[in-house]
Design a protein around this ligand. Structure first.
Ligand SMILES: Cc1cc2nc3c(=O)[nH]c(=O)nc-3n(C[C@H](O)[C@H](O)[C@H](O)COP(=O)(O)OP(=O)(O)OC[C@H]3O[C@@H](n4cnc5c(N)ncnc54)[C@H](O)[C@@H]3O)c2cc1C
Length: 380
C-alpha cells in the first residue's frame, strides 16, 4: 500500500541540541515541524553536560535530548526515530520558485517547505584498543568542556597535528603535567609550532600507545574511569584523562547531494541566518563549524528557527509586497488607504498551522510542562 507523504512546513534532520532547538522554535512559532533522528550523535556521547546554564553536570547528553524531545512533542511537533537517506527538491530549483523538499527516511517519506540539516560531525577516535570505552570518562574531545576536571594532574593529548600541539600547549593553563602522545606517528605541525613546543614544558612521547586501563580507586558500582595508558616500550603512565585530536568528519553528505556548498574542511556553508547556498535549506550546529559546544549548537538552532519563521510567514508585509498585490501608495511609502483597504480585505491570514491550534489552546491551560526541573542542592 502506498500513501501520500505527510506534509510539513519544516523538516529537521538530526535530533541533537541544534536540531531540537530549531524544531522547538518553529513548532512554538506555529509551524508543523518534523524531526528525524537516527541513533547516536555527539550529544549521546556526553556523560556529563558542562557549561550549560542552569543544568547540572549530573545530566547526560542523552537525558537532555530526551527532555527536549518531550518538550518538542508537547508543543505539537512530530519526532521520527528514523534515519534520513535522501533529501531532494520537489520545486524546479529555479530562482523565484517556492522551495519544497522531499525527505526519504528508512520508514517514512515526508514533504516540507523548509529543510534544516543538524547532522553534526564524527570525531575520529584514537586507534588504541580499550581506550574508546572511556569516552567522557577520561577520554575527551572538547577542551572547553573538560579541562576543568583535568586541572592539576597528569594529562595526555593524543595526536600529531597542529591542533594536537595547540591543545597540549593550551592544557598548560590548567596543569603543569602534559604529555603529547605521538603514538608512533611523524609530527605534522609546522616550524613555528615546533619552536613553540620546544619552549613550552610539554613532554613529547613518540612510542606507540597500546592499551588503556581503569582507575582502580573508582568504586565497583560506579562506571569505570580511565586510570592510565600502556605504551609499546612496556611502560605505563597514570593519567587523570586527556584528549584525542585526530580531527573530525562532517555529516554533510545529504546536504552536499542537495547541492549545498561545503567549506574546505567539509562543513556546510551557511549565512548569518543559517541558510545554506540552496534556497530554503538551512544548517545548524556542529555540522556548520565544529565549534564543539552544546550552547553554540543551541544558539544556532534558535537563529535558524527564527529565520525559518520569517521566511515562511508573510506578516508584516512590506510596502513593495502590498504594491505588488495592487495596493497603491501615495508616493511617500505609505499605502493609499482607500485603495489599500480594498486589497487588504483580500489578504488571507494563514496564522498557525491548523493542526497545531488545538494543541496551543490545550498547552496554555496546563500548569506543568516537560523539561528539566528541580532546585539546586541546598535550595529545596
Ligand atoms: C564526549 C563529548 C563530550 C562533550 N561534552 C560537552 C559538554 O560538556 N558541554 C558542551 O557544551 N559540549 C560538549 N560536547 C560537544 C557537544 O556534544 C556538541 O557540540 C553538540 O552535541 C552539537 O550538537 P549538534 O546538534 O550540532 O550535533 P549532534 O549532537 O552530533 O547531533 C546530530 C544528530 O544528527 C543525527 N543524524 C545525523 N545524520 C542523520 C540522518 N541522516 N538522519 C537522521 N539523523 C541524523 C545524529 O544521530 C545526531 O543525533 C561534547 C562532545 C563529546 C563528543
Amino acid at each position: 500500500m502506498t500513501t501520500d507523504p505527510l506534509e510539513y512546513e519544516v523538516a529537521v534532520v538530526g535530533g541533537g541540541p541544534a536540531g531540537l532547538t530549531t524544531a522547538l522554535y518553529t513548532t512554538r512559532l506555529g509551524h508543523r515541524t518534523a524531526v528525524f533522528e537516527k541513533e547516536g550523535g555527539r550529544h549521546a556521547a556526553v556523560s556529563h553536560v558542562h557549561n550549560l546554564l542552569g543544568v547540572s553536570e549530573n545530566v547526560s547528553g542523552e537525558q537532555l535530548a530526551t527532555h527536549a524531545v518531550d518538550q518538542f512533542e508537547h508543543y505539537g511537533g512530530d519526532f521520527y526515530p528514523d534515519a534520513v537517506e535522501s533529501v531532494t527538491r520537489l520545486d524546479g530549483g529555479e530562482s523565484g520558485d517556492e522551495p519544497r523538499f522531499r525527505l526519504g527516511a528508512a520508514h517514512a517519506t515526508v514533504d516540507a517547505e523548509r529543510v534544516v540539516f543538524a547532522t553534526g560531525f564524527r570525531d575520529r577516535s584514537p586507534d588504541v584498543p580499550e581506550l574508546e570505552r572511556f569516552t567522557g570518562r577520561g577520554l575527551h574531545y572538547c577542551l572547553h568542556c573538560d579541562a576543568y576536571s583535568l586541572g592539576d594532574g597528569p594529562v595526555f593529548v593524543l595526536g600529531h597535528t597542529e591542533s594536537a600541539a595547540h591543545v597540549a600547549m593550551t592544557m598548560l593553563n590548567f596543569t603543569a603535567n602534559v604529555d603529547l602522545l605521538l603514538d608512533g606517528r611523524e609530527p605534522e605541525w609546522g616550524d613555528e609550532t615546533e619552536t613553540k613546543l620546544r619552549v613550552h614544558p610539554v613532554d613529547r612521547i613518540e612510542t606507540s600507545v597500546v592499551s588503556a586501563y581503569e582507575d582502580e580507586a573508582i568504586a565497583e558500582d560506579e562506571p569505570p574511569w580511565l586510570g592510565g595508558l600502556s605504551f609499546g616500550d612496556g611502560t605505563e603512565r597514570d593519567y587523570l584523562g586527556g584528549f584525542a585530536m585526530y580531527g573530525s568528519s562532517y555529516n554533510a553528505d545529504l546536504a552536499a547531494d542537495l547541492g549545498c556548498e561545503l567549506g574546505e574542511n567539509g562543513a556546510i556553508d551557511v549565512d548569518e541566518r543559517r541558510e545554506t547556498s540552496v534556497d530554503g535549506a538551512y544548517a545548524v550546529g556542529d555540522v556548520t563549524h565544529g565549534q564543539n559546544q552544546t550552547t553554540i549548537a543551541i544558539g544556532d538552532g534558535a537563529y535558524a528557527g527564527l529565520a525559518v519563521h520569517k521566511d515562511l510567514r508573510r506578516f508584516p508585509m512590506s510596502v513593495a509586497d502590498l504594491e505588488a498585490r495592487g495596493a497603491e501608495t501615495e508616493g511617500d511609502g505609505e499605502p493609499d488607504t482607500d485603495a489599500a483597504d480594498l486589497e487588504w480585505d483580500d489578504l488571507e491570514v494563514p496564522a498557525s498551522a491548523p493542526s497545531l491550534r488545538a494543541q496551543m489552546r490545550r498547552v496554555r491551560d496546563l500548569e506543568t510542562h516537560p523539561g528539566l526541573r528541580g532546585p539546586s542542592p541546598g535550595r529545596e
